[in-house]
Design a protein around this ligand. Structure first.
Ligand SMILES: Cc1cc2nc3c(=O)[nH]c(=O)nc-3n(C[C@H](O)[C@H](O)[C@H](O)COP(=O)(O)OP(=O)(O)OC[C@H]3O[C@@H](n4cnc5c(N)ncnc54)[C@H](O)[C@@H]3O)c2cc1C
Length: 467
């Protein structure tokens, strides 16, 4: 068998990186073996690929093979009594929820889109709005079946082959290919959350609200007005939510009104396209309105929301996103330890504004340290800033973000490789820690001596360290 000879131009989700690769679709474990063998025979490197929803070069492999695992989308077993599900790696969170929610179960950790695959969530060790409470996705993984590049199949769990388990979760597809995942889901009494929003006139107020809410909430996230300056720098709202114990009927997991969704998507795309020429003033106004609208006493009252609309972006928002930002979006997400976070977040916001790079939307989340080898989480907060990308501003924006990355790393901060695009190999080494990186590279040499598994991200951040 040979690797498909046709090269395909792949772009990441935020359109900030693209590459020409050979795409190889696999349907089962035998297909993964065959893909690895074919790549080996042709001297090509390979990287697994889920839904391609990373914002970076993590699932791209210029000139090499991209192994598309989305056809492996079967639910292998489901224990509705104990909330334990075993899936192939290409199963999406949406599919998992569609089955599990009927019986009152929900993933412990969800990113804000349900389109991602479970294999992608494990390989990135994704985080949600409950990261400080429940840790990353890997914390709810009971076991993994993995195929190592040596063609050896292993089962890993926190108790069995624990070192490799904690290295494999979050290993960005570079140690082996996950062929099945067994996950513990959490029970939900009602499928609703009780949501409360509180406003703060500046960044210190945001941190004060996080501190007050963290013991009584299951989820927390802050939105900031990235345009606000001076004494109003970092003004915004903190939204906290608690799983509702009341016995309202469970909402259906996802809308089944596909035609309505498509219509909504088309309207949002049209509006987004029309508003593109006035993007910057329009978003400035929207940030202001959102801040003042959210300060109304009514907006600050608790209310119930279904878990699906609370957790995930509506599908129409995806259509709008790509219509609004045809050249893509640059994201900066810095994780900073608790004592330094308020000061560093102010520094980067001020620096960004001073250099005419205004983030269009900004998010803060609370995190905690975890035991995974390449963990990007720490006891502190993350600040996510999102910028429109244009050919005219791309180079300047890159310089601004690189300065901000250096500031964060000096403060002991880290970056999340699903969203960071500009980190360099020395910066990654400094941020993740010498010891963690060396242990990872040693495991890579042990389990992938031919260096078969590579991505563009690997060559940017890891390979220079091997030299
Ligand atoms: C709108 C949006 C919102 C998001 N919100 C969040 C959020 O709130 N929190 C968060 O943490 N992330 C968030 N993300 C990022 C996203 O959750 C991660 O990038 C996730 O990994 C994407 O999954 P995927 O299936 O698309 O994987 P891909 O992007 O295709 O791949 C991601 C990595 O997983 C590896 N991989 C995939 N499958 C396998 C496998 N079977 N075995 C080994 N390695 C594999 C790939 O090689 C790659 O390194 C968001 C992304 C989008 C687009």
């Amino acid at each position: 068998m040979t690797v498909q000879t046709e090269q395909v131009a792949l772009t990441n989700w935020s359109k900030s990186a693209s590459s020409t690769c050979f795409v190889y679709k696999v349907n089962d474990v035998a297909g993964i073996h065959a893909a690895l063998a074919a790549a080996r025979a042709q001297g090509l490197s390979v990287i697994p690929h889920g839904a391609g929803h990373s914002y970076t070069d993590a699932a791209l492999n210029t000139g090499g093979v991209v192994m598309d695992l989305t056809p492996m989308h079967r639910i292998l077993s489901w224990d509705a009594q104990h909330g334990v599900m075993c899936v192939e790696p290409g199963v999406t969170l949406q599919k998992m929820i569609q089955v599990a929610a009927q019986a009152g179960w929900w993933p412990v950790v969800s990113p804000s889109t349900p389109q991602v695959t479970v294999g992608g969530c494990v390989a990135m060790n994704v985080n949600g709005r409950n990261a400080w409470k429940c840790g990353p996705f890997g914390a709810a993984v009971l076991s993994l079946d993995v195929l190592l590049p040596s063609d050896e199949l292993r089962t890993l769990s926190p108790a069995q082959d624990s070192q490799l388990f904690h290295a494999f979760v979050g290993s960005l597809g570079l140690l082996g290919i996950t062929t099945s995942i067994t996950v513990q889901l959490q029970h939900m009494a009602s499928g609703h959350v009780s949501v409360r929003r509180r406003s703060a006139a500046a960044l210190d107020g945001i941190f004060a609200i996080f501190a007050e809410e963290e013991n009584n909430s299951d989820f927390m996230e802050a939105w900031l007005d990235g345009f606000a300056r001076g004494s109003q720098l970092g003004r915004g709202h903190v939204t906290s939510a608690a799983l509702s114990p009341s016995a309202e009927p469970r909402p259906s997991a996802f809308s089944t009104h596909n035609r309505i969704e498509r219509l909504e998507g088309s309207i949002v795309t049209l509006l987004a396209g029309l508003s593109r020429p006035a993007l910057f003033p329009g978003v400035h106004m929207a940030n202001r309105l959102n801040y003042w609208w959210g300060r109304r006493p009514r907006a600050q009252q608790s209310h119930l929301r279904g878990l699906v609309p609370y957790t995930f972006w509506p599908s129409a928002a995806f259509s709008g996103y790509h219509a609004m930002f045809p050249q893509g979006v640059e994201t900066f997400q810095a994780f900073v330890p608790l004592p330094a976070a308020p000061f560093i977040f102010k520094e980067v916001l001020r620096y960004s504004q001073k250099h005419d790079s205004i983030p269009l939307w900004c998010i803060i989340k609370r995190h905690r340290r975890d035991q995974f080898l390449l963990s990007y989480q720490l006891d502190g907060f993350s600040l996510e800033l999102n910028y429109a990308r244009t050919p005219q501003t791309a180079q300047h924006l890159q310089q601004v973000l690189q300065h901000m990355i250096a500031t964060v790393i000096e403060a002991g901060g880290k970056f999340y490789l699903a969203k960071d695009h500009y980190l360099t190999a020395p910066q990654y080494r400094q941020s993740i820690g010498e010891q963690s990186l060396e242990t990872f590279l040693q495991l890579k040499r042990q389990f992938d001596p031919e260096n078969r598994l590579q991505s563009d991200l690997y060559r940017r951040l890891f390979q220079p360290a091997l030299l």
